[in-house]
Design a protein around this ligand. Sequence first.
Ligand code: NAD
Length: 265
Amino acid sequence: MQDLMKGKRGLIMGVANDHSIAWGIAKAVAAQGAELAFTFQGEAQAKRVKPLAQSLGVDTVLPCDVEDIASVDSVFEALRAKWGRLDFLVHAIGFSDKNELKGRYADTSRENFSRTMLISCFSFTEIAKRAAELMPESGGSMITLTFGASMRAMPNYNVMGVAKAALESSVRYLAFDFGARGIRVNAISAGPIRTLAGSGIGEARAMFGFMQKHSPLGRGVTLDELGGSALYLLSDLSGGVTGEIHYVDSGYNIVLMPRPDELKA
Ligand code: NAD
């Protein structure tokens, strides 16, 4: 199928480099004709994000730190002035102090709990509200990125798991709020990918390797596969789907116990 996203304009938030999940998604939707705008966090990141954006023909590349609500507002003012409307949104933003992405969840500090929740969960609500205001009467689509440690405990993911659980609940509430306007809100629960954010988690390499090995497909997922699933959720192909947490994790989430031969290995 071709041109699935032709005529659609979307905001991509969360490209840090060419390993970012947001970058995999941007490539997939651009290849299907979408017109894009990107945000970046801080000048150091601009040097990596601007050339990536240019390679897709994107000339709207705006600074945004979600801890600073004025910078979020500026992004939407710029989009209103440039496009006057928005058809889809990709929120691929997460952060927690890496000193607390190891050891016990019980030791999470109050300060890092609040900051993690603001950046990794509440920013989606604030951004979704602004994006919805720009979406046309025909509706729109939004996605965010989550991880299976929202539902089950695992070592080191700690406060990020709690924030992802709240983010997934936000997806359902936002889908409920915006449904009457034809705006769909979904999340992709991605299997482990080696990114900047991913590498901040204690013992990431060993744990991610375990998950990949013991998934039904016996391997990790690729940026292209995440891009393909995002394309489905952002395009009209998924017209009847909202409030969904869509797992793209080689099936790891369905496994209670590895196969006997894997237990012995
Ligand atoms: P990444 O490091 O490439 O992207 C994280 C992005 O969050 C960066 O662009 C960073 O600038 C942005 N960010 C952090 N704090 C911000 C702030 N205050 N304001 C604006 N932007 C901010 O890593 P990624 O793995 O592509 O992460 C994207 C999303 O995918 C995150 O929500 C992450 O939790 C989620 N996710 C990642 C994995 C994985 O294994 N990598 C698995 C499941 C879900």
